[in-house]
Every structure is written in C-alpha cells, then in structure tokens.
Design a protein around this ligand. Structure first.
Ligand code: PFF
Length: 453
C-alpha cells in the first residue's frame, strides 16, 4: 500500500498554518481577560519574556522532532527512540487535543451564535450591562449552543477532511492575513476613543506590585497555550515540512505574529474598557461585552462587528484544524484514503464528549466536580496539567533521547544556525524549561508554598 505523506505547498503556507494554530482563542479571547485580571502591563511583560525565552526554543524543539520524524505524532517518538515508551508523549498529545477541542468548540459555538445575533441586529445599541446580560442568555441556551458547537466542529471537519494542502493551508493563507488587517483597523478606532490612553497604559506600562506567583504561572501557561506547545500539534505540522525550511526563523515568525495579535487584542479592548468606565477584570465575558460597545461607536460599526466576528471565528477555526489534524494523522497513519472518514468520526466523537462542557453554562451549571463546572474542569485539566506535562516530556525527550549531533544536523538543514546558538538552545531546553515548568506546576497545584515553608 503506498502511503503518500502530505506536504505543505509553500514555506509561507506552513507559517500561516502554524501561526493559525497558535493564534486563536488564546490570544484573542483568553489573553485580554487573563491580562485584565492579572494586572495588565506586568502580566504582558512576563508573558512576552516567557514566549521569547521559553516558547521560542520549545517551538523550535517541536519543529525539529516533527521534521526529523516525518510521520504522525505517535510514530515520530517511536521512530526517534525505538524500543522505548516515549510514544506516550504522542498519546498524551492526541488525548489532550481531543479534550481541548471538546471545550474549545463550545467557545467557537458562542462566536457562531454572536454572529447570528449581530446579523439579526440584536447586538447594537445596548448598554454594556445589557450586553453582559445578553451574553449570559446566549451561552445558557442549551439547544442553540449545542447546535452552534456542532456547526463549529462541522466547519473544522469539512476543511481538515480536504487534507493538509487543499484544506488547512489554503484556508489559513486567506484567514490569517485578513485577521491582521481587520485587527489593525479595530485598534486604530479603539485608540482614537476619548480616554483611550488609560487603556494603553494599562496593557503596556507594567506595575510590578501587581505581580504575584499566580500571575507568573498564568503567564507561562498562557505563553504555552497560545503557541500550541505541549500537545505535539507543532510536531505534526512540522512533519509535513521539507528539509529546506528554516526552523528557527519560521518559529520566530510565528512567535512574533502571536505576540502581535495578543498586543492588538489588548489594544483593541482595553482602551474601550477604560473609555467606557468598565472593569478590566470582567473575566471570560470581556471580549463579548466590550467589543460590541466599541463597535457601537464606530461609523459602519455593524459592518465592522460582523467582520470582526467572522475573523474571530476564523482564528478559532485555524486552531481547531490543528487539534483535529494531529488525531487524524495518528489514527490514519497518514493514509490519505482514510482521512475523510476518520475526520468525520473524530469530529462526531469530540462533539459528544463536548456536550457537558457546552451545557455547563446553562442547565448543568450546578453540576460541579472539584468545585468546578465541567467546562472549567476540562479547561483546567488541559491548560494547567496536560499541556505543561507534554511540554516537560518533550523537553526531556529532546535533551536525553535524541543524539545531540542528530539534533544539530536537523536544525541546521535550511538554517545557518551556529554551534553556540545551538548549545544555548539545548541548554534552555535541558535545564531552564523543565525547571520553569515544574515550579509553575507545583505552584498551580498549591505545592510550592508547602515546599518553601
Ligand atoms: N494555540 C491555540 C490558541 O491559543 O487558541 C490553542 C491550542 C491549540 C493549544 C492546539 C494547544 C494545541 F495543541
């Protein structure tokens, strides 16, 4: 049986697809509200440092493993470390992505519903409180939220079933540049609101008194989450790469785009928050309640709101593609004849698993496990446990399981990275990232205090 491994069509196509995976709800929805709760500028600075100092090396690490393996996430670890149990990293990755998409698609569904709300004229001319109330009503309706979640998953499945080149790459190449352009327009409007400077200061000027160990662990988690690190998604995407791609440089482009979008999201939202006297720490509702108010102030606000929601949806979709792609690639073992069928089946299963997360903002709101609604529980499990664990294991794998000269050979193909830069990269992967992850992890589960005491 001949199995033709998929390939990206162009260098830029890969970069847009990987940036598409990175840029999503993490940068646009989560970042502003986590930064808003975590003190603004100080959080942004720590996030920036983690992204550059730890995220970039790790992203290069996932790319290197993926391109060297040239196969799916589970087989890659098997191929690079035969007769060991390291394929567990790939298995954790598949499981993580399955759970991740099960609640990610819930928020994707909210965007779909907001789009319908906007198109039917129900998202304009309200007060901020009324927008908050409307959001609460929208996300608590069981029928429409489930339907919207299903639509989001269907859109993901339709694209991914087309394959890497014709589906993911093609869609990302249109969606990502469009997202940037609209964001810039939005920011220009936000910055010209009366009182916008307060918001700019909030996100750009760090107030270090606001830094706590919690803020720091959130910033690390956020840096990894927004870069799609720890779930072998980037390993899978890099397995479709030719040896001519410059891995460190591609990783840097993705890092820069990711930071740019997070910054643009902050600059689009916080000026509005301050100009209208709202609270920056409103939590997950922030983007859904602030932006409609900002759009109300705009000439052609209706048009901009619709465009923004469509692009927000695109950003979430391009991330969702990567989540389902790693599962499809591992289950089909890159056999293209199986792709369509498997994508549909996986999509359906994810939807079923996601039902309790979807309903946990409505009819299942009182149903709590470990004091958390189902959505928060799965989010916590993925973002605070599985992704850091995956990142930790990948660092250990790279440091101890792949021979140093082979790593160097792989990274050097397509790039001109020197011995010193390579040694520095490996040092970070071997010592700094694992320590940072372990410290943050202990802090997240409340054990750090216990150790320090
Ligand atoms: N990076 C995506 C976002 O910020 O929305 C989320 C994500 C995708 C995380 C894929 C992890 C992953 F494997």
């Amino acid at each position: 049986m001949s199995q033709q491994q998929e390939q990206w069509k162009s260098k830029i196509g890969f970069i847009f697809a990987a940036a598409g995976s990175a840029i999503g709800l993490g940068a646009i929805w989560k970042f502003p509200y986590v930064a808003g709760t975590g003190g603004g500028g100080a959080f942004f600075l720590v996030f920036l440092l983690f992204t550059l100092l730890l995220g970039w090396p790790l992203l290069i690490g996932e790319f290197t493993v993926g391109r060297k393996g040239q196969t799916d996430a589970i087989s890659t670890y098997r191929k690079l470390a035969p007769n060991t149990n390291w394929a567990i990293i790939g298995k954790i990755g598949v499981f993580t992505n399955f759970l991740l998409l099960s609640f990610y698609s819930v928020v994707g569904g909210w965007i779909v519903l907001y789009l319908v709300e906007a198109l039917t004229g129900r998202l304009s001319g309200l007060s901020q409180e009324a927008y908050g109330q409307r959001f609460g009503e929208v996300i608590s309706n069981p029928t429409s939220t489930l339907l919207a979640q299903l639509i989001f998953i269907l859109l993901t499945v339709i694209v991914v079933a087309q394959g890497v080149q014709k589906g993911i790459e093609k869609a990302s190449k249109i969606m990502m540049p469009a997202l940037f352009i609209l964001f810039v327009i939005l920011v220009i409007r936000s910055l010209t609101l009366d009182g916008a400077m307060e918001g700019v200061k909030f996100i750009l000027v760090p107030d270090f008194t606001k830094l706590s160990s919690e803020t720091i662990s959130f910033a690390l988690g956020q840096a990894f989450f927004t870069l799609s690190i720890g779930a072998s998604v980037m390993v899978t995407y890099a397995s479709y790469l030719p040896k001519t791609q410059n891995l460190p440089k591609s990783a840097l482009s993705i890092i820069v785009m990711n930071i740019a979008i997070a910054l643009l999201a902050g600059l689009a939202i916080f000026p509005g928050v301050f100009a209208f006297g709202l609270e920056p720490n409103a939590g997950p509702v922030l983007i859904f309640t602030v932006l409609p108010v900002v759009f109300d102030q705009l000439p052609f606000g209706f048009f901009f709101l619709i465009s923004f929601l469509i692009l927000f949806l695109f950003a979430a979709l391009t991330s969702a593609f990567s989540m389902i792609e790693i599962i499809v690639a591992t289950l089909t073992k890159n056999d293209q004849k199986k792709r369509k069928k498997y994508t549909w089946i996986i999509g359906l299963l994810i939807f079923i698993v996601g039902v309790p997360s979807c309903l946990s903002y409505g009819v299942m709101a009182d149903y709590k496990i470990f004091d958390r609604i189902f959505f928060d529980l799965i989010d916590y499990l993925v973002s605070n446990i599985l992704l850091p664990l995956g990142a930790l294991l990948i660092s250990i794998f790279i440091s101890y399981k792949v021979p140093k000269n082979e790593l160097f050979e792989e990274i050097r193909q397509g790039s001109s990275i020197g011995k010193v830069a390579f040694a520095l990269w490996l040092f970070i992967i071997k010592y700094i990232t694992p320590i940072a992850i372990i410290v943050v992890f202990l802090d997240a589960i409340g054990l750090l205090d216990w150790f320090i005491r």
